[in-house]
Design a binder for this molecule. Structure first.
Ligand SMILES: Cc1cc2nc3c(=O)[nH]c(=O)nc-3n(C[C@H](O)[C@H](O)[C@H](O)COP(=O)(O)OP(=O)(O)OC[C@H]3O[C@@H](n4cnc5c(N)ncnc54)[C@H](O)[C@@H]3O)c2cc1C
Length: 354
C-alpha cells in the first residue's frame, strides 16, 4: 500500500525543515527524505543573521520585510520543537577608519538605517582593537542551526514523516496526478538539496554557484562580552570560551576538505583586530548553495510538472529560509505569487535535458 502524502520534501537542511514547518501550519502532510552529509552547509554554518552589509553600506535584500519579523518566526519554531535555538548577541561591526566612521555617522541618522544601526565608541574588550568605534547592528543574532534541524527531524520522526536515506531521482516517477517515489505518492516533490542539487539529474541544469566557506574553532582564556565582533571575519561566541571564527569565500575548490590557504586568510583578517592569545581547536568547511545573482531560487521548475525547488539561500539561510518557505508553501497552494527576483523562472539555461 502506498504512503499517500501531499508533499515529498527532498533535503532536510534549513530550507527543507522550514518548508516542512510551513506545511505543518497549513495542515498539509509531507514526507521528508534526507541523508545528512551529502551537502554540508547547515551543519557548519555559524547561523548568524545580519540585515546590514556594512562594507557596502547597504541593507541586505528585502531587509525591511525579513529581519524585523525574524525573531518571532524563530520563537514559533522554538515552541514547536521545544528547544532554545535563537540567541541575540548583537553584531558589532568594527569601523576601519575615520572615513567609515564619518560615512556611517550620516547613514545611522537616516530614516533608512535608523532602526538598524547605532554607532558606539566604548571598548569591546582589551583584546579587540576598535579605535574608530563600531556599529551595533539591531535585528542581528544567531540561530543554532544544528540543534534546530536535529530537533525538527526528531519531532517528525515519530509520525513517520522523516526518512533517513539517500534520494535517487532515477526512482522518481511522474504521473498525471503527482509523483511516486518508492512507496510514497505525493502531489508534488520539492527539492531542497542545497549544493547537492548539482548532483540531481532533474535539477543540475539550474545554475547554482556554490561557494565554499571555512570556519575555525578557537578557545580563548579571557572571554569577551556576549556580542559578535566582525570585520572581514566574525567572532561568534559559543560556550566555555570557545568561538567560531570565519569565514572565507572560494568558488574553484568545491571539496568539503578544510585547507591551509583558507585558514591563513581567516587568521590574517582576524589578527587585524583581535590582539589576544588563542588556541585553534577545530577547522571545518562547507558549501554555501549560492546563485549567480545572489538571490534564492524558488518556485515550480519550468517544463516539469509537480516539481518545485527551494534553494540558492547562499550565505543567508537563517534569514531567508523562514520568509521564502512561507512564500513558496503558499504559492504551491495558489495563495500567492513569487517575486520575479527569486523565481526560478528568471534563470538562464532552463531547458531541462534528459
Ligand atoms: C562556512 C559557512 C558558514 C556559514 N555561515 C552562515 C551564517 O552565519 N548564517 C547563515 O544564515 N548562513 C550561513 N551559511 C550558509 C548556510 O549554511 C546556508 O544558507 C544553508 O545551510 C543552506 O541550507 P539548505 O537547506 O539549502 O542546504 P543544506 O544545508 O546543504 O541542506 C541540504 C540537505 O539535503 C541533503 N541532501 C542533498 N542531496 C541529497 C540526496 N540526494 N539524498 C538525501 N539527502 C540529500 C543534504 O545532505 C543536506 O542535509 C554558512 C555556510 C558555510 C559553508
Amino acid at each position: 500500500m502506498k504512503n499517500e502524502v501531499d508533499n515529498l520534501i527532498v533535503g532536510g537542511g534549513i530550507a527543507g525543515i522550514w518548508l516542512a514547518f510551513q506545511f505543518l501550519r497549513m495542515r498539509k502532510s509531507f514526507a521528508m527524505i534526507d541523508k545528512p552529509g551529502i551537502s554540508i552547509s547547515s551543519s557548519v554554518a555559524a547561523g548568524i543573521f545580519n540585515p546590514i552589509l556594512p562594507g557596502r553600506q547597504k541593507k541586505s535584500y528585502n531587509a525591511d520585510l525579513i529581519y524585523p519579523q525574524l525573531g518571532k518566526k524563530y520563537q514559533e519554531m522554538e515552541t514547536l520543537i521545544d528547544e532554545k535555538v535563537l540567541f541575540t548577541p548583537k553584531i558589532c561591526y568594527i569601523l576601519d577608519d575615520q572615513k567609515s566612521l564619518n560615512d556611517w555617522s550620516v547613514l545611522a541618522a537616516s530614516p533608512d538605517f535608523r532602526d538598524y544601526v547605532s554607532i558606539r565608541d566604548n571598548k569591546l574588550s582589551n583584546a579587540i582593537q576598535s579605535e574608530f568605534g563600531y556599529l551595533e547592528i539591531n535585528h542581528s543574532g544567531r540561530v543554532d542551526i544544528l540543534t534546530m534541524v536535529n530537533a525538527f527531524k526528531r519531532l517528525i520522526s515519530a509520525p513517520n514523516c522523516f526518512i533517513e536515506a539517500e534520494f535517487d531521482e532515477e526512482q522518481l516517477e511522474f504521473t498525471s496526478e503527482g509523483i511516486v517515489y518508492s512507496d510514497i505518492s505525493a502531489q508534488q516533490v520539492i527539492f531542497c538539496q542545497g549544493a547537492g542539487m548539482n548532483h540531481n539529474r532533474l535539477t543540475q541544469h539550474l545554475p547554482l554557484k556554490p561557494a565554499k566557506g571555512e570556519v575555525l574553532l578557537i578557545k580563548i582564556s579571557d572571554p569577551i562580552a556576549d556580542i559578535i565582533p566582525q570585520n572581514g571575519v566574525f567572532m561568534l561566541p559559543l560556550e566555555d570560551g570557545i568561538y567560531k571564527v570565519g569565514s572565507n569565500f572560494e568558488w574553484d575548490d568545491l571539496s568539503y576538505l578544510p585547507t591551509e590557504k583558507a585558514k591563513d586568510e581567516i587568521l590574517r583578517k582576524f589578527r587585524k583586530w583581535y590582539k589576544g592569545d588563542f588556541e585553534i581547536i577545530g577547522h571545518e568547511a562547507g558549501l554555501r548553495p549560492s546563485s549567480e545573482d545572489r538571490r534564492p531560487i524558488i518556485g515550480k521548475i519550468p517544463a516539469m510538472e509537480h516539481a518545485y525547488i527551494f534553494n540558492g539561500l547562499g550565505s543567508k539561510g537563517v534569514a531567508l529560509a523562514p520568509y521564502y518557505s512561507d512564500i513558496l508553501s503558499k504559492h504551491i497552494y495558489n495563495e500567492g505569487t513569487i517575486e520575479k527576483e527569486v523565481d526560478v523562472k528568471r534563470l538562464r539555461n532552463l531547458a531541462y535535458k534528459i
